[in-house]
Design a protein around this ligand. Structure first.
Ligand SMILES: Cc1cc2nc3c(=O)[nH]c(=O)nc-3n(C[C@H](O)[C@H](O)[C@H](O)COP(=O)(O)OP(=O)(O)OC[C@H]3O[C@@H](n4cnc5c(N)ncnc54)[C@H](O)[C@@H]3O)c2cc1C
Length: 367
């Protein structure tokens, strides 16, 4: 059987689902996901945080656009997808430059002394801290409500979602893409490559130049609830060199070694050594001794070289659209990137100025 649409989105993570939902306001959209449910890979394995100042200048601009949507997620949810958390970044002597660099161009951050940092997170060894900074407006994201809300929006607009459909063949003939997934064939003039860690594999299938997407593994562990009163109110706390970060998570403490090991695209699992080393760094910076883990997991954060997402039509293939390289920011930037993708695909008036659109363009990798 052949199913036709205006746009085929490949990948049912936050990127693909949000873009498919936005596109379906005007286009007939089919979304293909190889797993049995959406959000199985990176999008289901996050720290669920929105940090306004996270990432380079382009990302900070995207975060800012996305923030309005998170607070008023019209069509996706009836109330804000964010809830208070805060982010505390602290520097030991050797990390001072890193903290100062982070603060350049940052908005809404206040500088704190070591004592003030300790008031926020009492388990920190404050005698090691030389400077800290606090972003009060960093907030938790309700990732599941967000993903399900976009999915519901897509379906209400007559978009079709097919799971258990791994794309295995992509060809282009007479201005139309033919996509073979499972036992079915799908056709559309535009395909969106939102395959997360697999974006370059997908490009190769379609005979399109790759963008150098690198999946980097990041692990996380859940520790038992610390016996410290008020712990649920702690902000996310992170060392300025990102040697680890931690945050309260549904009555437990999530700690990530902030590892970035290059791997092939796969169903990621924790590297025990990376986790043990990260937990050791956490122990050195805090008064907590880690004796037991409740649970651990890993996910892939996929970056291109300049650590900026890749959004736009491929320069070498008509109708092949990249929505890739969201790295560690793919949830918090999804509302902005899905709108940008929709504007470009449907040829609408752009929301952003050219500087940002150019920074996202796939042709920046050309010779
Ligand atoms: C530990 C960790 C913490 C993180 N914390 C945050 C955070 O707090 N805030 C934030 O904004 N971001 C965070 N991120 C980053 C965020 O998770 C990613 O940027 C985002 O999920 C990427 O979304 P995606 O849709 O591109 O990828 P994915 O969610 O991986 O989706 C890609 C989908 O494509 C499908 N696919 C691949 N190949 C095919 C094929 N051939 N056929 C059909 N389907 C295919 C896959 O099955 C997958 O479901 C974190 C990531 C990790 C690992």
């Amino acid at each position: 059987m052949t199913i036709t649409a205006d746009v085929i989105v490949i990948g049912g993570g936050m990127a693909g689902v949000s873009a498919a939902a936005e596109l379906s306001s005007e286009a007939r959209v089919v979304l293909l996901e190889m797993e049995s449910s959406v959000g199985y890979h990176a999008s289901g394995r996050t720290a669920a945080i929105f940090i306004r100042n996270y990432g380079n200048e382009t990302l900070r601009a995207l975060n800012s656009i996305a923030e309005d949507f998170f607070l008023n997620p019209e069509g996706v949810s009836e109330s804000s997808l964010l809830s208070p958390r805060g982010q505390l970044m602290f520097a030991h002597e050797a990390e001072l430059d890193k903290l100062n660099t982070y603060l350049e161009g940052a908005e809404g951050m206040e500088t704190l002394t070591a004592r003030e940092a300790g008031d926020l997170v009492p388990i920190l060894k404050t005698d090691l801290i030389v400077k800290a900074a606090y972003e009060k407006n960093a907030r938790d994201i309700d990732v599941d409500r967000m993903l399900q809300g976009y999915l519901k929006l897509l379906k209400s607009r007559k978009g079709s979602v097919f799971t258990d459909k791994k794309v295995i063949e992509i060809t282009f003939k007479d201005g139309v893409w033919n996509v073979h997934a499972g036992t079915e064939h799908y056709q559309a003039k535009v395909i969106v490559n939102a395959a997360g860690a697999w974006v370059d594999d997908l490009a190769k299938l379609a005979n399109v130049a790759t963008v150098g997407a690198n999946p980097l593994r990041r692990s996380a562990a859940i520790l038992p609830k610390p016996e410290v009163s008020g712990f649920e109110e702690w902000p996310l706390f992170v060392s300025a060199s990102e040697s680890f970060y931690a945050k309260p998570e549904a009555g437990t403490l999530m700690v990530s070694p902030a590892d970035e090991d290059p791997v092939e695209p796969h169903d990621a699992w924790v590297d025990d050594m990376a986790l043990a080393e990260g937990l050791h760094r956490f122990e050195q910076a805090t008064t907590i001794e880690v004796n037991r883990l409740e649970h651990s997991w890993a996910g892939l954060r996929t970056f291109v070289e300049d650590r900026t997402p890749v959004v736009g039509f491929a320069p070498d293939a008509e109708g092949f659209f990249w929505l890739a390289g969201q790295g560690g920011y793919g949830i918090q930037t999804a509302p902005a990137l899905s709108k940008i993708a929709t504007e470009l695909i449907l040829n609408r008036e752009p929301l952003l100025d050219n500087t940002i659109l150019n920074a996202l363009k796939p042709d920046r990798f050309g010779e």
